[in-house]
Design a protein around this ligand. Structure first.
Ligand SMILES: Nc1nc2c(c(=O)[nH]1)N[C@H]1C(S)=C(S)[C@@H](COP(=O)(O)O)O[C@H]1N2
Ligand SMILES: [Mo]
Length: 198
């Protein structure tokens, strides 16, 4: 029996990569999954806004955003359609950094995108180094089809939570469903618990 050794560790006894959540298959390419057309967003017009119960919005222009502390992120990503990609490289601003300038008692957020896509995420899944607004992938500006100029990444949840072309977060008192969640996807989406549909 011939056996090809892949050059990484983390394989269980069955040969399955332990970084792979249940029901997932590895891909090397980067599939594009969009529910609609790719919007054309000029960074001169781009803004990112966080809206809270205070009625006062906190917004950043592209230049203001680029002046924030920037982080390099290496992470695995998992799509509910069963593909996973390991060790992806991103650069962006941590959501923690944004919330240093925001006060809210609300515990849930709705991410809104240019083009109208929405997805709901509890605030606790966005803070403590768990989520970023990313504008580079693999050392290059994020391609429009993958969400450029900037997208949310919440890599510990299924990738539909990682809103492409993100334009802001609206804080909410309750965990209301976003676009896919209204269409049968799980409200939370933890790949290790296979929170796929409901
Ligand atoms: N704005 C927006 N964000 C989105 C989507 C979308 O259709 N529109 N699709 C989601 C889904 S289902 C997945 S799997 C990932 C796909 O990201 P990719 O196209 O970069 O692989 O984006 C998520 N974010
Ligand atoms: Mo997806």
């Amino acid at each position: 029996m011939s056996f090809i050794t892949r050059g990484f560790s983390g394989r269980g006894r069955a040969g399955r990569d332990e970084r792979l959540p249940p029901g997932q298959t590895l891909v090397e390419d980067f599939p594009v999954l969009s529910a609609g057309p790719t919007p054309d967003i000029d960074t001169a017009d781009w803004q990112f806004t966080i809206r809270t119960e205070s009625g006062v919005d906190t917004s950043w222009t592209w230049d203001e955003f680029m002046a924030l502390p920037i982080e390099d992120v290496s992470t695995d990503i998992h799509c509910v359609t069963h593909w996973s990609k390991l060790g992806t490289s991103w650069r962006g601003v941590s959501v923690d950094t944004l919330f240093e300038q925001v006060e809210t008692e609300y515990e849930f957020a709705m991410a809104h995108s240019y083009g109208g896509y929405t997805t709901n995420v509890p605030l606790e899944d966005l803070l403590d180094g768990k989520a970023w607004i990313a504008f580079e992938f693999d050392g290059e500006p994020l391609e429009p089809e993958h969400g450029g100029p900037a997208r949310l990444i919440v890599p510990h949840l299924y990738f539909w939570k990682s809103a492409k072309w993100v334009r802001g977060l609206v804080m909410m008192p309750d965990d209301d469903p976003g676009f896919w969640e209204q269409n049968g996807y799980h409200l939370h989406g933890d790949p290790w618990k296979e929170e796929r549909y409901w």
